[in-house]
Design a protein. Structure first.
Length: 239
């Protein structure tokens, strides 16, 4: 009854605002609810298909069907690939605000997740998740201590310019980074995105013949990204 009420509310809201894709991002589900979630998606797909809408889901970045962990176990790649129109795989947050300094979406781990996803569903149903942000960590990093500050790519460039430090590029991770010392003598380490790191991801999207890219999150200044899109893809805006 609650599921039906939720779906009815979604249909009414989507019609009100003219939405045409309903996206479910349900995280940290209990492992024992995997099949229940799959069945809920089947019910949602049937309901939304009557309206002519698409259904998509967000998936945690897995590299195997049996991957353990409270974020992963209820996300069934094979079932989602069969049920929904496309998925958004959250291929970011290896470097995260509460963890040690590192690239947010290093190309190697991203590739492994996407290559696994292709074994469970058609490649044209896969959207690669891409971060439009980086993090500024205060050193030394202490687990459970101060969280890193999220920054836009342009903020990253401005920070390096402000403190007159060179931006390095990690070839293995395909990600820019730098270190600086602030006015209080605190050491910082910054990892973010630039045209080179995004081009590496675009190359991967084309190599694996994926559906496309899904960004998290919009509104952060990153003009190079939008220029690269037009250089790499034929952009068609759906109306």
């Amino acid at each position: 009854e609650i599921q039906n009420k939720l779906l009815t509310n979604i249909v009414e809201t989507a019609k009100k605002y003219g939405f045409r894709d309903i996206h479910f991002d349900m995280e940290y589900l209990r492992p024992e609810d995997k099949n229940a979630y799959n069945n809920f998606l089947r019910k949602a797909k049937s309901r939304f298909s009557r309206e002519g809408w698409l259904l998509s889901t967000a998936l945690a970045p897995k590299t195997s069907a049996g991957q353990k962990g409270k974020w992963y176990e209820a996300h069934d790649y094979k079932a989602h690939g069969e049920i929904v129109d496309f998925v958004v795989i959250m291929t970011y947050e290896w470097g995260y605000s509460g963890g040690p300094p590192m690239a947010v979406s290093p190309i190697g781990p991203v590739r492994k997740v996407l290559e696994y996803a292709k074994t469970e569903m058609p490649s044209r149903k896969i959207m690669m998740g891409q971060n439009l942000y980086g993090y500024d960590w205060t050193l030394p990093f202490v687990q459970g201590g101060q969280f890193a500050k999220a920054i836009s790519p342009q903020q990253g460039i401005r920070l390096a310019s402000k403190y007159n430090v060179p931006i390095q590029y990690d070839i293995t991770a395909q990600a820019p980074h730098f270190n600086y010392t602030d006015e209080n003598g605190k050491q910082h380490e910054v990892w973010f995105e630039d045209a080179r790191s995004i081009q590496a991801k675009f190359n991967l999207v084309k190599e694996l013949d994926l559906r496309g890219v899904s960004y998290w999150k919009l509104g952060l200044s990153f003009p190079q990204n939008w220029l690269l899109i037009t250089d790499n893809f034929e952009v068609e805006k759906k109306r």
